[in-house]
Structure formats: structure tokens, C-alpha cells
Design a protein around this ligand. Structure first.
Ligand code: MLC
Ligand code: AMP
Length: 451
């Protein structure tokens, strides 16, 4: 599956660089075999997925052993870690990149339909669910993207995204190892790090691109690249235009989800327009479930890149599909006469995207309600020029500060899920059914940065 590790493209001492440490394919493979020996026979295994060569060895080791890999967010607090470990049944493993093995364990390996990854992702309510992705789905997606982006062993891929989500882990690590492109992971996705990395292909979430576009010198350093790709949230049109002005490149946007992998994308060398995410990748079919006479509606899709289900939750899996077998993305979209897709927004106000992270309002509300001083809580995503949306918590509480509540969520769930702002209110506006009226809480906030 990882063609580069089979020697298809030769080797070099710095084939994979993560946060300043370099490894050859041979070294990576030997470290991954040691991981495979440790995890062989386990139902699943979990590793704290820091931006490191250890995480790269872990994901490869899981594939060699045929044991699903569960990446743990390094900034996760005890509640989130425990939920993921209990729900997945994964054993925890520490990876030592200096440990090497000459061969994968005997009898190890997985078939194409075997689970490769279990990635935890938030719904609108409740705790995150484990999304099971097969090797076949991952391979199909990476091959489709390689075609769309003319992504090859001639490329050097640069990014600094977290290694516990699709973007950084599947595209950003497995994609490099399947196409044979050299990988430079910058540790953090800062403008300076991207500028200094000398890549031909760059991945980023819109927050990363907007910070680069605000730094003319860093952006200018990317003008020698072949392709800049944005995804995980909507790229604001002003950021698109600033990037084009400063780099001479029109960034390509692509659209995806943990459950579907990347399904729609602009093409390298094709026409790209700000505010659009391109056309379906080979093998993907899309449709818009619109009311009669309307042009926008829920985007639904089918294809070989879809997940095989939410781990242990057949009802949630069934609910994610229409009666005729199309996956319901929950995103509202429109398609023009050329088949070019435009993502208009989310169907649910309770699904927040902040800095490219998907965060369920219900999960944050539950965490806040676990605080003894909090009586009521309602969480919304407020338009934010840097993060796309920022998490704002409206709470009814006494005897506690906003900073204390922020730290409470950061410590229990994870740092990237913490509210950026806490507003104390005397009561929450509720409808006749007693449900908080979040639209009223959002009234008066500025529109999205892209409009
Ligand atoms: C601040 N910090 C705290 C804290 N407040 N720590 C503990 N408690 C508190 N109360 C610290 C953090 O630990 C961190 O430290 C520092 O402050 C900054 O953290 P941050 O503010 O959260 O980072 P920020 O700069 O806002 O991050 C922006 C970002 C990040 C773009 C780098 O949001 C990001 O990496 N996003 C990528 C998300 C992604 O990959 N999504 C893909 C999903 S897959 P320190 O020391 O660590 O800096 C998908 C499919 C698809 O969507 O289509 O791709
Ligand atoms: P996740 O499961 O974290 O991968 O988040 C998936 C969600 O990210 C999708 O349902 C969309 O709401 C959003 N998303 C991903 N890519 C884009 C994009 N290019 N434009 C707009 N939204 C996007």
C-alpha cells in the first residue's frame, strides 16, 4: 500500500522529515516493523499522535501488522483519552524510533477491506465517535488525489498539520508514502516554517493560509511551489486573492470529511475559482438533496472512499445514510452547470469548525455542565477572521471566571476544543420546548470573514 516503502522510488537519508528529524524509508520501515511486532494480534492500538517520526512509524506499523491504529490527540485531557481508549478497545503503545526490526511479524498484514484507522470525530451531540477507515478506502482516495493534483515522487510535500486527523495523517503522511513524494512536516504550521521548507506541494487549513497571506515575506517564499492546497474548512475569498497576489499561485481547494475522506477537489492545472471546491474525484458521485425549486441543499455522496461505519454504533452508521444508500454529509452545497461544487454551510448550528477542527457544540456543553458552578451552557461558533469560527460559550454560573471554565474544558476534553470566549448570562433564551435558541445568541455577530 505504501509504495515508497517498497523501494519503488529509491531512498534518501531525508525522505521523511518531521519536526526537524530526518529518516530514510529504510529506517522508517525498520522502526515500523518493530511497532508491528509489538501490536500484532491486538484488536487496535493507540499512540499519542505528536508531530513526530514516532507517529509516522506507528501508522505504518499498524498497516504492516494489519491492526487498526487509533491516534490520540496529544492535547487531549483525561476524559477524552479515556473515552477513546475505552470505546476503541485499543491497547496503548509507546513507540521508540530507535528500535528497529528486520522483518514484519510472521502472518501479519491486513486485507484491503480490513480496518486501517479509527479516527475519533465529533457529532452535534455526545462524545466523539470512532470512524473506521479501510485500507481500500484510503488507497482509493490517495490515488484519486494523486491524479487530481498530479502528485508524484517528484514532489516535496510540506505541511505542519496535526497527525490525528485525515488531513495531516491520511493525506499528509500516507499520501506522501504512497506517491513517493518527499515529506517535510514542519512540526507546527507557522508561516516561517512553511516559507523555509522549500516544497513543491503545500497543504494547509484556511487558518494556516490566512496567517501566511498576512505575512508577505513568508507568502513570497512559496512562489516557487507547484501547488498550494487548502481544505478542512472554507477558504475565505480574500485569503485566496492575497495568496494569488503574493505567490502567483491560485490555491486549489478540496472538500472532505473524516467519514468520506476527500471527495471533491479542484485540479492541478485546471481552472479554480475562489469559494468553490472543484468537482468530484474519480469514483465519487454526488447529489444535492434540495427542496423542489431550490438550488442548494444537503450534499450527499457515494464512492469507494467512504468509511465502513462508526465503531460499535450500527444505528449511528445507518442514520448517516439515506434510504437509498447515499452518505449524508450534513453540509449544504450547490453545484453549477460545470459540476463545480460550492459549500454554502453546515445544516446544523451545533457542528462547529474552528481552525479546521470539527467540534460538536454538545460535547463542549456537556463538559461545561460537568463543572460544579455551571447551571446552564450553550455553545456556538461565532464567525472569526482567523479561525473561521471561534467557540463561544454562553453560561449561567456564579463564583467562577471565564478563564477557569476555558481551562476546565481544555484540561478535560482537549486544548483545541476550549472556548475562546465565555459570556456570562442571567438565563439562556429558550423556545417553548425549552431548547436554547442559539440563533438568538448569534444575532448581532459579524458575518463570516469570507463575505
Ligand atoms: C492556550 N493554550 C492553552 C490554553 N490556551 N493550553 C492549555 N490550556 C489553555 N487554556 C496553548 C496551546 O496549548 C498551544 O500551545 C497554544 O496555546 C496555541 O494553541 P491554539 O491557540 O489552540 O492554536 P492556534 O494557533 O489557534 O491553532 C491554529 C492551528 C490549529 C491552525 C495551528 O487550529 C490547527 O492545527 N488546525 C488544524 C486542524 C486540522 O488538521 N483539521 C483537519 C481535520 S480533517 P503550543 O505550545 O502547543 O503552541 C478534515 C478533513 C478534511 O477536516 O477535509 O481535511
Ligand atoms: P472533519 O470530519 O473534521 O474532516 O470535518 C469535515 C467537515 O469539514 C465537512 O463536513 C465540512 O463541513 C468541512 N470542510 C472540509 N473541507 C471543506 C472545504 N474545502 N470547504 C468548506 N468546508 C469544508
Amino acid at each position: 500500500m505504501l509504495t515508497a516503502l517498497d523501494g519503488a522510488y529509491g531512498d534518501r537519508a531525508d525522505a521523511v522529515v518531521v519536526a526537524g528529524r530526518a529518516a530514510s524509508y529504510e529506517e522508517l520501515l525498520a522502526a515500523a516493523r518493530a511497532v508491528a511486532a509489538d501490536v500484532a494480534g491486538a484488536p487496535a492500538f493507540a499512540v499519542t499522535a505528536t508531530a513526530s517520526l514516532e507517529t509516522v512509524a506507528a501508522v505504518v506499523g499498524g498497516l504492516l501488522a494489519g491492526v487498526p491504529f487509533v491516534p490520540l490527540p496529544p492535547d487531549a485531557g483525561p476524559a477524552e483519552r479515556e473515552h477513546i481508549l475505552k470505546d476503541s478497545g485499543a491497547v496503548t503503545v509507546d513507540v521508540d524510533f530507535a528500535r528497529r526490526a528486520a522483518a514484519a511479524p510472521a502472518g501479519a498484514g491486513g486485507g484491503p477491506d480490513g480496518p486501517a484507522l479509527v479516527l475519533y470525530t465529533s457529532g452535534t451531540t455526545g462524545a466523539p465517535k470512532g470512524v473506521v477507515l479501510t485500507r481500500a478506502a484510503i488507497a482509493a482516495d490517495l490515488d484519486a488525489l494523486a491524479e487530481a493534483w498530479q502528485w508524484s515522487a517528484d514532489d516535496t510535500l510540506v505541511h505542519g498539520l496535526p497527525l490525528f486527523h485525515v488531513h495531516g495523517l491520511v493525506l499528509g503522511v500516507l499520501g506522501a508514502l504512497r506517491t513517493g513524494s518527499r515529506l517535510v512536516h514542519t512540526g507546527k504550521p507557522t508561516p516561517d516554517a512553511y516559507a523555509g521548507a522549500g516544497g513543491s506541494l503545500y497543504f494547509g487549513v484556511p487558518t494556516v493560509w490566512s496567517r501566511i497571506a498576512a505575512d508577505a515575506e513568508a507568502a513570497g517564499a512559496l512562489s516557487g511551489a507547484r501547488l498550494l492546497v487548502s481544505g478542512s474548512a472554507a477558504l475565505p475569498a480574500p485569503v485566496f486573492r492575497d495568496l494569488e497576489r503574493l505567490t502567483g499561485l491560485r490555491p486549489v481547494e478540496r472538500y472532505g470529511m473524516t467519514e468520506t475522506l476527500i471527495t471533491v477537489s479542484g485540479r492541478a492545472g485546471g481552472e479554480v475559482r475562489p469559494g468553490t471546491v472543484g468537482t468530484p474525484l474519480p469514483g465519487i458521485r454526488t447529489r444535492i438533496a434540495a427542496e423542489p425549486g431550490a438550488e442548494i441543499g444537503e450534499l450527499q455522496l457515494t464512492g469507494p472512499t467512504l468509511f465502513s461505519g462508526y465503531l460499535g454504533r450500527p444505528e449511528a452508521t445507518a442514520a448517516a445514510y439515506t434510504g437509498d444508500g447515499w452518505f449524508r454529509t450534513g453540509d449544504i452545497a450547490a453545484v453549477d452547470e460545470d459540476g463545480v461544487h460550492r459549500i454554502v454551510g453546515r445544516a446544523s448550528i451545533d457542528m462547529i469548525k474552528s481552525g479546521g477542527y470539527r467540534i460538536g457544540a454538545g460535547e463542549i456543553e456537556n463538559a461545561l455542565l460537568d463543572h460544579p458552578k455551571v447551571q446552564e451552557a450553550a455553545v456556538v461558533g461565532v464567525p472569526d477572521a482567523d479561525l473561521g469560527q471561534r467557540i463561544v460559550a454562553f453560561v449561567v454560573a456564579e463564583g467562577v471566571t471565564g478563564a477557569e471554565l476555558t481551562d476546565f474544558v481544555a484540561a478535560h476534553l482537549s486544548v483545541h476544543k476550549r472556548p475562546r470566549e465565555v459570556r456570562f448570562v442571567a438565563s439562556l433564551p429558550r423556545n417553548a420546548m425549552g431548547k436554547p435558541q442559539k440563533k438568538l445568541l448569534l444575532a448581532g455577530e459579524a458575518g463570516p470573514a469570507s463575505q
